[in-house]
Design a binder for this molecule. Structure first.
Ligand SMILES: [Zn+2]
Length: 391
């Protein structure tokens, strides 16, 4: 992770480069010499304040400057971005607000500063203020698409999925591919989940159909569809689709297994769930997936599932060695049940999911990465301590 001083250093280097450019460009113009000399003095003074970590004095100086050239404006925008990235949002806002309010700013300059200011508000979690500015910028030729994308991000944070779908349509009208079909399918899945929670299964199914149109075979849609089938009493259908998914994607058994075992709590469905487990556990990856699923979720207490963990442990010398001597070979089920809390702790201590885009690590599955906000990039990882032993 870059430290604060890295950012400051990067900022200073950038500023130095920008100043060099400004001076090289304007240094020889006689008629502007005086004004440029004054601007140069101010910049150098601001530069010195930054070096001395007197950021407030630097901001005072920059915001007090008179007319700004495009280059000086760019430098201030970059400086504001650096402040924001260092978490100094107040300074970033002061700098950008000043640029927005300058009478001398051109339309392009004001739009650029407005966008930066809205980014500051977004970073500070002041969504209503950010939203207001992004809405004003949505027709901007330069910033329109990015403003719509930021509005989409606000919808994600506030779970306004209907509006997210509308914004996707607007974005894709401006440029096909601005929003991926997979991302749009997730919004429909979110709407389906909302409808399911509000006991509106018909609407939920319609949303899943839309998700399917956007991305056929989407895993998340299959899971919600299985939940809906179980809600409406079509438990066999639910078990079948979960079983198919678990067999095809053993790394998703962490999502599939708790659902299946929930359905097995009713006596009339136990046979079918047992058959599903048998099919899924028939391959080494499937058996490992079931075992990890049981270790992960302490709520799974069904002996039917724990038996698969026992089978798995008995085939792993490293894990078998952890069983107490009296448990080895005898009633392996009881021994494994005693070992399970330890395995759970070890598994929990390791990172179990990781974003392939930004590396964000997490103990739970996310459809959208909390780090970089990408969809479908968080995957189960084998970098955890226990999974490292088992892989
Ligand atoms: Zn990420």
């Amino acid at each position: 992770m870059p430290t604060e001083s890295t950012f400051l250093f990067a900022g200073l280097l950038f500023l130095a480069a920008a100043l060099g450019y400004v001076f090289a460009r304007f240094g020889d113009a006689d008629d502007e010499e005086e004004a440029e000399a004054s601007a140069r003095t101010n910049f150098l003074r601001g530069f010195r304040y930054l070096l001395n970590e007197e950021s407030d004095r630097a901001v005072d100086l920059f915001t007090g400057a008179n007319d700004l050239s495009d280059d000086a404006m760019e430098t201030q925008l970059a400086l504001g971005t650096l402040f924001r990235r260092r978490g100094e949002i107040d300074r970033a806002i002061r700098l950008h607000q000043n640029l927005v309010e300058r009478q001398s700013s051109s339309v392009a300059q004001r739009e650029a500063a407005s966008f930066a200011l809205a980014e500051d508000y977004l970073g500070a979690g002041l969504f209503d203020r950010a939203e207001e500015i992004f809405i004003r910028l949505r027709d901007s030729r330069v910033h329109g698409v990015d403003a719509l994308k930021r509005l989409l991000r606000i919808c994600e944070v506030t779970s306004d999925w209907d509006r997210a779908v509308d914004l996707c349509a607007e974005l894709n009208r401006l440029g096909p591919g601005n929003v991926s079909r997979s991302q749009l399918a997730h919004y429909y899945c979110e709407l389906a989940e909302q409808a399911r929670l509000q006991k509106a299964p018909e609407l939920a199914r319609q949303m899943l159909t839309q998700a399917e149109v956007m991305e056929p075979g989407k895993v998340r849609a299959v899971l919600i569809s299985a939940d809906l089938a179980a809600d409406s009493g079509r438990v066999d259908d639910s078990i079948d689709s979960l079983s198919r998914l678990g067999s095809a994607r053993p790394n998703l058994l962490g999502e599939v297994l708790p659902r299946l075992m929930g359905l097995a709590s009713a006596a009339e469905h136990r046979g079918r769930v047992a058959e599903a487990l048998r099919q899924m556990g028939a391959t080494p990856d499937g058996l490992r997936g079931i075992a990890l699923g049981v270790i992960r979720d302490p709520r799974i207490s069904d002996p039917m599932a724990i038996e698969y963990l026992a089978t798995f442990v008995s085939g792993q010398p490293v894990l078998s060695a952890l069983l107490s001597p009296e448990d080895r070979g005898s009633d392996s089920l009881a021994g494994v049940a005693r070992l399970r809390p330890l395995l759970h702790k070890v598994l929990k201590a390791g990172m179990r999911f990781q974003c392939g885009n930004c590396g964000y690590g997490s103990a739970v599955m996310h459809w959208q990465c909390p780090g970089c906000r990408s969809w479908d990039t968080v995957q189960p990882t084998s970098s955890g301590v226990l999974e490292g032993i088992l892989s």
